[in-house]
Design a protein around this ligand. Structure first.
Ligand code: ZN
Length: 133
């Protein structure tokens, strides 16, 4: 039995990282699945999904700061008429899905790991599709 649920995320800035670990855990728990895979997917071209340290909020802040510096909002080589090429590039580099094994009913995240929704063209209302298989 496959369980599919949607998480809605309200982002607050052009770049904004939101920890969705608790919501993903709730979906895995309610699925009743003991062993399997949790696929977390973002159906947006200017957002992304990554797993990294959630214990110290400065880590996510540092990632956001450096990504914004490495891929500036304005660049002479951008052609995309919508004006948000930087957001598309960040989304493409980081990626829009992650797969996490489920063992004994739990996500096998490391002690310090959290699942982050990464906004790069906010603020917007976004969605994350969580599939437990
Ligand atoms: Zn665009």
């Amino acid at each position: 039995m496959v369980k599919v649920e949607t998480i809605y995320v309200e982002t607050g800035g052009r770049t904004d990282f939101i920890d969705i670990t608790g919501k993903v855990r709730d979906i895995v728990r309610s699925s009743g699945k003991r062993e399997g895979l949790c696929v977390v997917y973002v159906p947006h071209t200017t957002a992304a999904l990554f797993i990294n340290e959630g214990a110290d909020p400065d880590v996510a802040r540092d990632i956001a700061t450096l990504i914004d510096k490495l891929i500036p909002w304005h660049h002479a080589d951008y052609r995309h008429a919508e004006g948000n090429s930087a957001a598309h590039i960040k989304s493409a580099i980081i990626g829009n899905s992650r797969v996490i094994p489920i063992v004994e009913g739990k996500l096998t995240l490391g002690t310090w790991e959290s699942i982050f929704f990464a906004e790069f063209d906010g603020p917007r209302r976004r969605k994350v599709i969580v599939t437990v298989i």
